[in-house]
Design a protein around this ligand. Structure first.
Ligand SMILES: *Cc1c(COP(=O)(O)O)cnc(C)c1O
Length: 375
């Protein structure tokens, strides 16, 4: 028997989440009497831990897929994806352009070196690009001062037959928080409004909270780039994914592999971090930080055992964690444990108890955990 831990990825939950975001964007566009944006489903980092092939199946109705890794882009093509693929960091060296060309990938262009590489490349077809503006996040993109010249250069490469479409893109730093997007959006608009091309500005948080800024018109196509919400987790600290009608796509489950009875004063686990105030029954779960469960999760982190919500006790070990079986007296060795997902706490609840965000837990699912694909 293998160790009982496994992760299940629901392809229908992925499809449901895409449809939910689609509906929200369509309704916003209809209310504004404009055109809804197209969706690049973001599937970087092995589709946020869910697996590229599962994502290609679940997001078959997306207009495009976006990721960073050329190898992941090739896997999408091999899994049968024929639509647009956008590389969110672009290409890194001239030989990457052979792969861009062969697999018909679109690229973000955020740096002058990338324009130089394109100018020197010998390609069999035109490359569609999104020219990225640094509107204030100060991570990737041309500065507002440098952007017009970069755009002009891209337009020249277009005239020369190297580039296909040239779109305009930026990324928001605070779409999930009180600061919002206004400041960066006004920088983006003032730099790009006279330049033709499609627009892409929204991640999950902006697509859910500020969908009106992605409403297009006959003359202006928009693309949104949602990631986390498509996996059924929330980009917001103050709103659950379920409040948007999203369903968790990854469920991490295991089993109780041992039971301990302890008395008042006894401690649990490394560092004796938890000390019992009364007699307790403990369940030892086959799941630890080497599986991707966060070591910083504290006593009190929700865990569901045999359908009943209980809590983590003490420090998470490499391969095991300990739960209180007080609320589940019928549980014993072999009882099912849900760490997060469909029948468990949300990944965001667990993340919050560990001082992090759902994104990190999903992406950090360890390779040793077998992944089962559910319809
Ligand atoms: C990761 C990423 C996204 C998706 O972000 P979410 O918060 O997961 O929706 C969108 N755009 C870019 C450029 C990204 O790197």
């Amino acid at each position: 028997m293998p160790r009982p831990i496994s992760a299940t990825v629901s392809v229908s939950a992925l499809a449901h989440n895409l449809a939910t975001v689609r509906r929200h964007l369509d309704q916003t566009a209809a209310a504004a009497a404009g055109l809804p944006p197209s969706i690049w489903a973001v599937i970087k980092a092995n589709a946020y831990g869910h697996g590229i092939e599962q994502a290609v199946a679940g997001f078959s109705k997306a207009q495009g897929l976006a990721m960073l890794d050329l190898e992941e882009a090739v896997r999408c093509r091999e899994a049968g994806w024929g639509g647009p693929i956008l590389l969110l960091e672009g290409f890194f060296n001239p030989s990457d352009l052979d792969i861009v060309d062969r697999y018909h990938l679109s690229s973000t262009v955020h740096h002058r070196d990338q324009l130089d590489m394109l100018a020197r490349a010998r390609l069999s077809r035109r490359v569609d690009i999104m020219l990225k503006l640094n509107s204030g996040m100060n991570r990737l993109g041309f500065s507002p001062a440098a952007y017009p010249a970069a755009y002009e250069r891209a337009a020249l490469l277009q005239q020369q037959g190297t580039l296909g479409s040239v779109g305009k893109m930026t990324h928001f730093a605070c779409a999930d928080g009180p600061q919002g997007v206004n400041e960066q959006l006004s920088v983006f608009n003032s730099v790009t409004h006279k330049l033709p091309g499609a627009i892409s500005v929204c991640n999950s948080a902006a697509a859910l909270r500020f969908a009106d800024i992605a409403v297009g018109s006959e003359s202006q196509t928009h693309w949104v780039r949602p990631g986390i919400c498509l996996y059924g987790a929330s980009p917001f600290a103050d709103a659950d994914a379920s409040s948007f009608g999203l369903k968790p796509a990854m469920s991490l489950s295991s089993e109780i592999i041992a039971v301990q009875e302890i008395k008042a004063g006894d401690s649990v686990g490394y560092g004796a971090l938890f000390r019992a105030e009364r007699a307790m029954r403990l369940g030892i779960v086959a799941c630890g930080y080497a599986d991707g469960y966060p070591r910083h999760a504290t006593t009190g982190t929700p865990v569901v055992v045999a359908g009943i919500r209980t809590q983590l006790l003490g420090r998470v070990s490499m391969d095991m964690l300990v739960v209180d079986l007080g609320p589940v007296p019928s549980a014993g060795v072999g009882s099912p444990v849900s760490l997060w997902g469909e029948d468990g706490p949300s990944v965001d609840e667990v993340a919050s108890a560990a001082g992090t965000i759902g994104y990190e837990l999903l992406c950090a699912l360890a390779p040793r955990v077998p992944v089962t694909r559910d319809a």
